[in-house]
Design a protein around this ligand. Structure first.
Ligand code: ADP
Ligand code: MG
Length: 691
C-alpha cells in the first residue's frame, strides 16, 4: 500500500532551504502552489521559517505526525536522516538527493546504508536520485516533486524511470489539455519499485490508463507478474529506451543499470499485454484516446468523413496496421441513401460531403453504432464555413455519451476561429487530433490493446517423456571438465533425451569406423570434423556433404591430415537433401530465464536476420505465433506449388527446447542451426550448447 506516499496527511522537507533557487525551497513552493491539503513541515536548523511556514531544527522537533519526508541534503548525510525519520515514525521518505548507486563506489555503500536504516525502522524509501510524486486528487493535491509542470486532474497515471522523460510527458499532456491522476519518477528505485507502483494504480479506480517509461528492469520476473495482472484490468502504454548499444551504455551511467543491448524488455511488454511505443508523441496522443474512450472490441473501423483526401490517409494507416474497413450491410446503405445527399458515398468510408449537416453526421454515426460488424468509429471532420459546425460537434458529443464504441475525431480546422466547435468536442470527451495519421494511430493503439487482451496464449505443455536425470548428469559432467561448449556427442544425446529429433549419427575415430558407420546409417552421408577447439565447422572446411560410402575413407583421411593438430574425431551423419533450413536458439537472460529464437537458419542466418524472439517458457500458441511472425513465413506454409513444412512438429520442438532450457538453467546458450524441415519431418542436423 502506497497511501502514505500518494495521500500523505503531512510532508516534511529535510533540507528545506530559504534560497529560492534550490530544490528544498522549490518543493515547498510546489506544494503551496498546487494547493496541498495536508501540513507542511520545513526542516532546517538555521532558519525560523521557509516560505512563510515555521521551520524545525530537526525532524524530531516536528510537533505533529509525519507521513512523508523529502530528503534533499548531501548524500553522506542521508542514512542518518532516514534514521531520524524512522525515529519520528515517518512512513515513507522520498530521497531526492543524488550520489548513490548511479555513481558507483561510495554511492553504492550509501544506498545500502539507506536500505538498512529503512528496514530497521520499517520505513519505505522512494528513490534515491529521483524527482518524486504527484497526486492531483482534489482532496490531496500532493506535488512532492521539484519540477514545474502543474497538471490538471485526469485519469492517466505516469511512471517514468527517467525524471526528464516523465517531465516531457507531463508537459505534452498539459499542451494537449489532458489531465493526469498520479505521477512517479523513482530514480534508482532502491525500495519502492515500478511493479509496486503499477499494482497500486491497478487498484486505483480513478486511474484509467497507465503510462510507463523504463530504461532497464531491475527485477524482470517481478515486473512481469505485476504488469500482467494490471494490464488485464486497464491499459498500460509502455516505452522502453536504451535499445541500442550506445543507448544502453548511457542508461548504465544514468540509473546504475547494466550496459547491454536489451531486447527482452519489449518482449516482456508484449508478453504482459503492454501496448508498446517507440515514440513519445504517439504514446501521448494515444493516451488521450485511452483516457476518454471505451476499448474497441475488434479491428473493424467505420469511417465518416466530409472531405476525401484525409480519410484516404487514415484508411492507409488502418490497413497497414492490420485493421479493416468492412463494407456496410445493404440495410445500412439503404438508410444512408435515404438520409444523405444523393452524391454522398454510402459505403465505408461514408462521405457525407462538405455540405453535409448535423442530421447527415447523425445518420452516419447512428448506423455505425448499430452495425454489428463495426468496432470503432473514426470521424474525419473538416469545418466548412457553410455548415453549423457547433451543432455537428454537439451531435457527435451526444452520440459519444453512449460509450458503446470508441469515437476518434480528426478535426481539421483553424484553431483561432473555431474555438467554440473545438471546445464542445473536447469538453464532451471526444479525442480530437489535427492530422489524420495521428488520429488513426491513436485508434490503432487502442485496437492493439484489445488484440493483446483478447489473445489466448493457452497453457504451458509439460512433456513428461523426457529424461531430466540423464540430461542433468551430461551437463554436470561437462561442467566438471570445465568445458564451455558441450561435445557434439553430448549435445546429440541430450537432444534425444528431450525427444528433439536429430539426424542419424555416429561418432568415429578413424576412416575404418567411418566407413562402417556410413554402412549402418546408409549413404550418402555427411562427415563433420569434431574437436573441442572447433566451433564453426564450415568456416574451417570441416564439413563434407553428400559423401558416398566408397568415398568416406578418402574424405576422412583428408580431414585427418588437415586437422591433425586438433586431434579430431569424426561425426558421421545421414545426408538430408532439400528441405528448409531453420534455426531455433535460446539464451539465458539475467533474472528472467531464457530468450528463445526462431527463424530462417543455415549459414546465412546473420545475413538474412529473419528471426523472432520470445521469453521461455512458451505455450503452443506462442510457438505458433513465432512461426507465423517471421517475414519468410510463406516458405513454411507453402508457396508457388512448393509444399510447406511440418509446422506442428516445429511447434512441438520449440516447446521442447523451451522446456529443456527452463529445466536446465545451466544452459547459457543453445543453438540448433540448421534444423532441416520437410513436409512430414523435422530434423536437427547441427547443434551447439554453451554452459
Ligand atoms: P557449422 O554450423 O559448424 O558450420 P553445420 O553442421 O551447421 O556446421 O553445417 C553447415 C551447413 O551444412 C548447414 O547449414 C547445412 O546447409 C549443411 N549440412 C550440415 N549437415 C547436413 C546434413 N546432415 N544434411 C544436409 N546438409 C547438411
Ligand atoms: Mg550450424
Amino acid at each position: 500500500m502506497l497511501d502514505a506516499l500518494y495521500k500523505p496527511k503531512s510532508v516534511a522537507i529535510i533540507g528545506a532551504s530559504t534560497k529560492e533557487l534550490s530544490i528544498g525551497n522549490r518543493i515547498i513552493k510546489n506544494l503551496l502552489d498546487f494547493g496541498y491539503k495536508g501540513t507542511i513541515y520545513p526542516v532546517n536548523p538555521k532558519a525560523d521559517e521557509v516560505r512563510g511556514i515555521k521551520a524545525y531544527g530537526s525532524i524530531l522537533d516536528v510537533p505533529g505526525e509525519v507521513d512523508l519526508a523529502h530528503i534533499v541534503i548531501p548524500n553522506k548525510f542521508v542514512p542518518q536522516a532516514v534514521e531520524d525519520c524512522g525515529k519520528k515514525g515517518a512512513k515513507v521518505v522520498i530521497v531526492n538527493s543524488a550520489g548513490f548507486k548511479e555513481i558507483g563506489g561510495e554511492g553504492i555503500q550509501l544506498e545500502e546504508q539507506v536500505i538498512e536504516k529503512a528496514k530497521e525502522y520499517n520505513i519505505r524509501v522512494f528513490g534515491p536520485n529521483c524527482q518524486g510524486i504527484i497526486n492531483t486528487s482534489p482532496n490531496v493535491r500532493a506535488y512532492c516533486n521539484f519540477t514545474f509542470t502543474k497538471p490538471e486532474e485526469g485519469c492517466i497515471s505516469i511512471v517514468a524511470q527517467s525524471g526528464g522523460v516523465g517531465e516531457v510527458i507531463n508537459q505534452r499532456f498539459s499542451e494537449l489539455d489532458i489531465g493526469i491522476r498520479m505521477y512517479a519518477s523513482n530514480g534508482n528505485a532502491c525500495d519502492i519499485s515500478i511493479p509496486e507502483i503499477i499494482r497500486y494504480w491497478g487498484d486505483d479506480e480513478q486511474t484509467r490508463v497507465i503510462v510507463l517509461h523504463v530504461e532497464n528492469l531491475a527485477n524482470p520476473k517481478e515486473f512481469m507478474e505485476a504488469a500482467k495482472e494490471v494490464a488485464a484490468k486497464k491499459p498500460i502504454l509502455g516505452m522502453k529506451t536504451g535499445r541500442t548499444k550506445e543507448g544502453a551504455k548511457a542508461v548504465s551511467s544514468h540509473t546504475g543499470g547494466l550496459a547491454k543491448v536489451d531486447i527482452a524488455t519489449e518482449l516482456i511488454f508484449k508478453k504482459c499485454g503492454i501496448v508498446t511505443f517507440r515514440d513519445q508523441e504517439e504514446l501521448c496522443q494515444a493516451a488521450v484516446a485511452f483516457a476518454n474512450q471505451p476499448i474497441p472490441k475488434g479491428r473493424r473501423v467505420g469511417v465518416i468523413t466530409n472531405t476525401g483526401g484525409p480519410a484516404i490517409i487514415a484508411t492507409d494507416e488502418f490497413i497497414d496496421a492490420g485493421l479493416e474497413l468492412p463494407p456496410l450491410s445493404s440495410k445500412t446503405q439503404k438508410i444512408l441513401k435515404e438520409k444523405l445527399y444523393s452524391a454522398a458515398s454510402i459505403n465505408n468510408p461514408i462521405d457525407v460531403l462538405a455540405t453535409g449537416g448535423t442530421e447527415h453526421f447523425r445518420a452516419a454515426m447512428d448506423v455505425l453504432m448499430d452495425e454489428p460488424q463495426i468496432d470503432s468509429i473514426f470521424i474525419n471532420f473538416v469545418t466548412p464555413f457553410f455548415v453549423d459546425t457547433d451543432s455537428i460537434s454537439k451531435e457527435i458529443v451526444e452520440v459519444n455519451k453512449s460509450h458503446k464504441k470508441p469515437i476518434i475525431c480528426n478535426l481539421m480546422t483553424d484553431k483561432r476561429q473555431w474555438t467554440e466547435t473545438i471546445g464542445i468536442l473536447k469538453n464532451g470527451g471526444v479525442p480530437c487530433y489535427s492530422l489524420p495519421e495521428t488520429a488513426a494511430r491513436a485508434l490503432i493503439s487502442m485496437t492493439r490493446y484489445n488484440d493483446l487482451k483478447a489473445r489466448e496464449i493457452g497453457k504451458i505443455t509439460k512433456f513428461n517423456d523426457v529424461d531430466r536425470e540423464k540430461t542433468r548428469s551430461i551437463v554436470q559432467k561437462a561442467k566438471k571438465a570445465a568445458r564451455e561448449f558441450l561435445s557434439q556427442e553430448d549435445v546429440n544425446s541430450l537432444l534425444e533425451l528431450y525427444n528433439i529429433p536429430v539426424a542419424k549419427w555416429k561418432l568415429v575415430n578413424n576412416d575404418t569406423e567411418a566407413t562402417k558407420a556410413a554402412q549402418e546409417i546408409g549413404s550418402p552421408i555427411v562427415v563433420k570434423v569434431d574437436a573441442e577447439s572447433i566451433v564453426h565447422k564450415s568456416d574451417v572446411g570441416g564439413i563434407a556433404l553428400n559423401i558416398k560410402e566408397e568415398d568416406v575413407k578418402s574424405v576422412v583421411e583428408d580431414m585427418e591430415k588437415r586437422f591433425a593438430a586438433e586431434k579430431p574425431r569424426f561425426f558421421i551423419q545421414e545426408f538430408l537433401s532439400g528441405g528448409r533450413e531453420l534455426i531455433i536458439g535460446a539464451k539465458a537472460e539475467e533474472g528472467l530465464g531464457h530468450l528463445i529464437m526462431f527463424g530462417i537458419g543455415g549459414i546465412y542466418v546473420e545475413v538474412l536476420k529473419d528471426v523472432v524472439f520470445d521469453i521461455t517458457p512458451i505455450t503452443a500458441a506462442e510457438a505458433k505465433e513465432m512461426l507465423s511472425s517471421i517475414k519468410s513465413y510463406p516458405l513454411l506454409s507453402g508457396i508457388r506449388g512448393e509444399k510447406g513444412v511440418d509446422q506442428k512438429k516445429l511447434v512441438e520442438i520449440l516447446q521442447r527446447v523451451s522446456q529443456l532450457v527452463t529445466e536446465m538453467p545451466m544452459i547459457q546458450e543453445l543453438d540448433l542451426n540448421p534444423i532441416i524441415a520437410y513436409e512430414d519431418r523435422v530434423v536437427v542436423v547441427d547443434a551447439r550448447i554453451k554452459i
